[in-house]
Design a protein around this ligand. Structure first.
Ligand code: HEM
Ligand code: HEM
Length: 182
């Protein structure tokens, strides 16, 4: 019997959610950073939007992890050093950790501060931890530190993707764009 060969591109659901979340996460980072710079009236609006879209990001990353675990991944190029393959894998794991930790720390920060999380003004999401000032400080710091970690990871990730696409000219960037390398 012939062995099933690995796909050459990421599955359609994996590609759609990758690019949708890339856009969403960049927007959340920029909104977050501009929000904390000063206290203008529009920042209050932006904060409400940030919180709702942040919750959407949490729902999407749960769905994304399911897609990741149920769809086969294309293999990395055979000529890539094993150490590079391990770094690529580790960076993806860290991206997932950050994609979960960001919305969870944001959610708990708001719970601990006793501030409501209104989902697009439709309904208020339940608080899962009680009001506690030191927990608020902790989750606020965590949210900020992980945000910077995420920015660093994403910058490295984009640099690596462009290195594959423009310099090595291998199949890696193509696999996320849905094009088979010929
Ligand atoms: C992937 C999801 C998220 C990303 C990437 C993100 C990103 C950020 C960033 C970059 C900041 C600025 C941090 C700083 O420099 O202090 C920020 C602030 C903030 N975020 Fe998020 N966030 C996410 C989800 C959430 C969620 C789900 C909530 C709440 C439900 C939330 C609530 C807040 C609040 C309240 C602040 C202002 C913190 C302060 O007062 O200093 N975020 N966010
Ligand atoms: C906030 C922005 C981004 C995040 C959080 C992110 C996250 C990820 C993650 C977790 C993976 C592993 C596959 C998966 O489970 O989906 C991945 C794969 C990939 N990403 Fe991104 N990504 C972002 C932006 C970008 C951008 C802007 C590019 C292109 C310039 C890019 C190019 C790629 C490529 C080519 C792969 C496939 C790598 C492989 O097959 O080993 N990503 N991304």
């Amino acid at each position: 019997m012939q062995a099933m060969s690995k796909p050459t591109v990421h599955s359609t659901p994996a590609r759609i959610i990758h690019w949708a979340m890339a856009l969403l996460i960049w927007s959340l980072i920029f909104a977050g950073l501009s929000m904390v710079q000063s206290l203008q009236t529009w920042q209050v609006e932006l904060l409400a939007i940030h919180k709702s879209f942040g919750v959407v990001a949490l729902l999407l990353v749960i769905w994304r992890l399911i897609i990741r675990l149920t769809h086969e991944q294309p293999e990395l190029p055979k000529d890539l050093a094993p150490s590079q393959k391990r770094i690529a894998h580790l960076s993806h794991v860290l991206l997932y950790v950050a994609m979960f930790a960001m919305p969870i720390s944001g959610y708990l920060m708001q719970n601990a501060a006793g501030r409501p999380i209104e989902f697009f003004g439709l309904f208020t999401l339940p608080a899962i931890i009680p009001v506690n000032l030191s927990a608020y400080g902790f989750f606020r710091e965590t949210h900020s530190w992980i945000a910077w970690g995420l920015v660093a990871l994403v910058v490295l990730h984009i640099a690596a993707a462009l290195h594959h696409g423009l310099i090595r000219k291998d199949s890696v960037l193509q696999s996320m764009l849905g094009k088979t390398k010929d």
